[in-house]
Structure formats: C-alpha cells, structure tokens
Design a protein around this ligand. Structure first.
Ligand SMILES: Cc1cc2nc3c(=O)[nH]c(=O)nc-3n(C[C@H](O)[C@H](O)[C@H](O)COP(=O)(O)OP(=O)(O)OC[C@H]3O[C@@H](n4cnc5c(N)ncnc54)[C@H](O)[C@@H]3O)c2cc1C
Length: 280
C-alpha cells in the first residue's frame, strides 16, 4: 500500500500453510511474494485475517502442535518486512538452511540411535534356538550393523559440518542438505529395523520403537524433503563444478591422495602385520 508514493504496508494472502506450533506461537515469520520477489514478514498472532486451523491428527510427533495457517488480506506495516528490502527472502532463507537442516539431521541421528539402543540390549538378552540373537549373523548383519555404520558415518559428517559452520565457513547449505539427507534416511531405516529386531514386542506401544519410527518419519519430509535434498545437492555440486571449471574435483582428488598417503604411512608405522605384508 502506497502513501505519498512510499510503501507503508502490505496485504498478505495465503492458504493452508502448515507450521509447527501453529496457533501456539505469538509471532510468525511468513514468506510472501512481493513485486520484487519473495520477502519475509513478521506477523503477530491475532492480526485481523490471520487464522489457524485445528491441530492436525498426525502419524508421529503427536505432542507437537501442527496447524495450517491461512491469511486473508492481512495488513502488515512496511517496518515488518525483514531486512527492510523487498525480494531478499530466498537469500535470507539460504543464509540459515545450513543450520536448520543440520538440526533436523541431528533429530534423525538421535532417533535412529534411540531405536538401536533398545534393539541391541534386546538382542543380547533374547535366546532363540539356544543362543542369543546377538550371536546370529543373519540377525546382526541385517538389523543392527548396517544401521550402526550408517548412523556413525552421519554423525561424523554432522559434527564436521557443525565445526566448519562454527569456524565461520558460512552457512554451508549443501553440506547441511547432505547431512540431513544422510542422517534422516539412516534414522528411518534404523528405527524400522529396530521394530523387526524386537519381533512382536517391536510392534507394541510399550517397547517404544514403533513410536520412534513414527516420530522420525517427519525428518525426511519437513525442512525440505529427501527428494528436494537430492535435487539441491546435485544442483549445487554441479554449479560448483562448472564455476570452478572442474577445480573442486581436482583439489578434492589431491586431498584424497594426501589422505590415502597419510593413512598408508600411519598403517605401515602402527600395524606390524601390515608392514610385513607391505614388504612382500
Ligand atoms: C508436522 C509438520 C510440521 C511442519 N512445520 C513447518 C514449519 O514450521 N514451517 C514451514 O514452513 N513448513 C512446515 N511444514 C511443511 C513442510 O515443510 C512441507 O510439508 C514439506 O516441505 C513438503 O512440502 P509439501 O507438503 O508441499 O509437499 P509437495 O511439494 O506436494 O511434495 C509431495 C512429494 O513430491 C516430492 N517432490 C516435490 N517436488 C519435487 C521435485 N522437484 N522432484 C522430486 N520430487 C519432488 C516431495 O519430495 C514429496 O515427496 C510442516 C509439515 C509438517 C507435516
């Protein structure tokens, strides 16, 4: 809305946008199209035309309130435009995706481990056919080991990315997407395998793993679905490849070679059996 040629406010419209804590939060950040492109606005609960629906009856994370928001001609003062300049919305979102996706990656990792932390002790106690489940390779190598390996790989990647963000390398959106994709897919697989690992108990409420499986399911959906992560990762890496005219791959290859050389030198020094083999 213009006054004396100056923008003094906006009318924001939109339908059925899901949001965590919808209806509970006092303040919302809303991304809306403006003539200069997508822009973020701060809108208070209770503003005229701003409504939320009833809480959704969800598959998991049932103690978290999720409701759809609708905006019908909601008037917002111009000073509620984040950053004061229109059209910066996507850049502003990009500035935080590295952190927010890393946060969801941590949910996936934590949930996956919470499930395995129940499956592993069960496998040690449960005797079937005279031996523990934990002694049967058909069990451990299907239901436990691959999930431990995937989650531990995801954990190191999350930690490395978090340390790089803390060290000031920027928001690392692509790395955040890789971490989210890897950890949340691994967390879902681990939770599903843990239901199987507990047999009939796994399917009951009492043993918790079915709840963990329902709760972790959202992590491959919100904050960008796994399919969107795949798209983001391939697009960003391809753009980087083109921008650097293949330089990233070359420098990565050089750093892999350095890593391999260092690992081999360490192995020759530290592992006597290895140095015997090396000399043969
Ligand atoms: C519990 C919950 C809490 C939420 N909290 C928030 C919140 O706080 N804030 C917020 O802004 N949003 C929130 N959301 C919304 C959530 O981020 C979206 O639901 C999610 O990003 C998926 O978008 P969509 O539902 O529009 O799916 P759609 O875009 O309709 O996608 C449907 C399917 O198609 C796939 N797909 C879409 N595009 C492509 C493509 N180009 N290539 C391949 N596959 C594709 C998707 O991956 C998905 O599998 C929440 C949702 C839920 C369920």
């Amino acid at each position: 809305m213009l006054q004396d040629g100056k923008i003094v406010g906006y009318k924001v419209n939109g339908n059925k946008q899901w949001i965590s804590n919808g209806g509970l939060a006092d303040v919302y950040t809303v991304l809306a199209s403006t003539p200069s492109g997508p822009s973020w606005f701060v809108i208070d609960k209770g503003t005229q035309g701003f409504k939320h629906d009833k809480p959704e009856n969800k598959h998991g994370i049932r103690t978290s309130n999720t409701a759809a928001l609708s905006l019908s001609d909601v008037y917002v003062d111009a000073d509620r435009l984040i950053g004061g300049v229109e059209g910066q919305g996507l850049l502003q979102a990009q500035a935080v995706f590295g952190y927010t996706r890393l946060m969801v990656a941590a949910f996936g990792l934590g949930a996956g481990w919470a499930a395995l932390d129940r499956a592993i002790p069960y496998s040690v106690k449960r005797i079937q056919g005279g031996t523990r489940l934990s002694e049967k390779q058909g069990y451990t190598h299907k239901l436990i080991v691959p999930h431990v390996a995937r989650l531990e790989a995801a954990r190191s990647y999350i930690e490395e990315t978090a340390e790089r963000i803390d060290a000031g390398e920027g928001s690392l959106n692509t790395e955040g997407a890789i971490a989210k994709y890897m950890a949340t897919e691994a967390g879902n697989l681990a939770a599903d395998a843990s239901i199987q690992a507990l047999g009939g108990y796994g399917y009951t409420h009492e043993y918790m793993v079915e709840k963990i499986k329902r709760d972790v399911r959202i992590t491959t959906i919100y904050e960008g679905t796994s399919e969107i992560m795949e798209m983001t990762i391939s697009r960003d890496r391809w753009q980087l490849h083109l921008k650097t005219r293949g330089g990233t791959i070359r420098s990565r290859r050089a750093s892999w070679k350095r890593f391999m050389r260092r690992t081999l030198m360490w192995a020759r020094r530290s592992l006597p059996w290895h140095s015997t083999l090396w000399r043969q």
